[in-house]
Design a binder for this molecule. Structure first.
Ligand code: SAH
Ligand code: SF4
Length: 369
């Protein structure tokens, strides 16, 4: 039997090319793109302005197959988290964070992650595989449906952050296809400034992203010097801080925003001292940036503790006093890391998943300090 093509795997360019191979005009591809992404159609018969013969042809060769949610948790403040089955006992998570002026979706790019940052639960689970473009954009497709986007195509998700499981720049092509769909007016029409890729600092891929699809960039810094960053973020051994800072500067030439966001996890007694903050100020002197401090989310056997709140405030103040806009991510609850996929392990262990299924998700909001 013919393998069905999942149309969620195609960005506009690829869909147009595929249509052309079959003698169909580009505008037909754009029509279908709108049906699939804007209106959430999965059945070609719904595509009423597409010729009947084309609808019939499509239904023989193609499908629209988003990932399947196996768990849907809603917190009291409206934060919503979906656990998505991606086959072979693997699952990834997608988190929606509603705020008064925006709705942010946090999307995963890989099942697991190979980069093994010392404080990251996803890294500790190891790497399983890259998500397909369909599985990545499918998270946005699904969120829009689950959040009640209607046939007018009204959007609930205004911002996307690639901050779920995995290192987006290690799954470059599929992530870029998904990003292009996020930006495409026939699909989701999000502003480049409202789509953020978070990377642990894969320098050559940062340059490629700048050329292929520049969106807002967040860099997981986590340490102010190479000796400490080599331990916390091992990819630093390959792309040390001097190279990383230079790549950030190059990125800003084409970036939709005029600053890089540096993420910095606050680990008690490890990277949270005054001298670390002062070192950061010196390190980032030539890179227009903002800092986002993330209180560490503990997980079993991590070996780290979260910095106490007064320490985080003091650290933040040193950056602010140096003129750097600094925010602290506010996390309620202390057992689930909403920034980085802890739930994925739970689906492999079905008994544990069941016993935890009554828990609410942990809401995460951004606050200015
Ligand atoms: N792989 C990408 C994006 C996913 S993680 C990256 O590393 O940037 C999103 C953010 O959560 C990153 O800054 C990551 O370092 C951080 N993070 C990972 N584990 C965490 C934990 N246990 N507590 C707090 N933040 C964590
Ligand atoms: Fe991978 Fe990011 Fe976790 Fe590091 S912090 S292990 S790059 S997901």
């Amino acid at each position: 039997m013919l393998q069905m093509i999942n149309l969620l795997d195609f960005d506009a360019e690829a869909l147009i090319a595929w249509f052309e191979q079959q003698g169909e005009k580009p505008f037909r591809a754009r029509q279908v793109l709108r049906w699939v992404h804007r209106f959430g159609a999965t059945d070609f018969e719904q595509m009423t302005d597409v010729a009947k013969s084309l609808r019939a042809k499509l239904s023989e060769t193609a499908c629209v197959k988003p990932p399947v949610p196996v768990r849907d948790s809603v917190s009291t403040d409206g934060t919503r988290k979906w656990l998505l089955d991606v086959g072979n006992g693997n699952a990834v998570e997608t988190v929606f964070i509603p705020e008064t002026t925006r709705g942010t979706l946090c999307i995963s790019s890989q099942a697991g992650c190979a980069l093994d940052c010392a404080f990251c639960s996803t890294g500790k689970q190891g790497f399983n595989r890259n998500l397909t473009a369909a599985e990545i954009i499918g998270q946005l497709w699904l969120a829009n449906r689950m959040l009640g986007a209607d046939e007018t195509g009204e959007r609930v998700v205004s911002n996307v952050v690639m901050m779920g499981m995995g290192e987006p720049l290690a799954n470059f092509d599929n992530v870029v296809s998904a990003l292009k769909l996020m930006l495409d007016d026939h699909a989701y029409g999000l502003s480049r400034r409202r789509v953020t890729v978070s990377t642990s600092g894969i320098v050559p891929a940062m340059d490629r992203l700048r050329d292929a699809c520049p969106v807002a960039l967040a860099v997981s810094l986590h340490a102010p010097n190479d000796a400490l960053r080599d331990v916390l973020v091992p990819i630093n051994k390959k792309y040390p801080l001097r190279e990383l800072m230079a790549a950030c500067q190059r990125y800003l030439d084409k970036a939709p925003r005029d600053f890089i966001t540096f993420e910095y996890v606050m680990l008690d007694g490890v990277n949270d001292q005054d001298e670390h903050a002062r070192e950061l100020v010196a390190l980032t002197r030539d890179v227009p940036c903002k800092f986002n401090l993330i209180p560490f989310n503990p997980f079993p056997n991590s070996g780290f503790l979260r910095s106490p709140a007064p320490r985080i405030r003091r650290f933040s103040q040193i950056l602010i006093d140096a003129g750097i806009v600094t925010t602290t991510r506010k996390t309620r609850g202390d057992d689930v890391d909403a920034a980085c996929g802890q739930l994925a392990g739970q689906v492999q262990d079905k008994t544990r998943r069941t016993s935890k299924s009554t828990r609410n998700v942990i809401p995460v909001t951004e606050v200015r300090t």
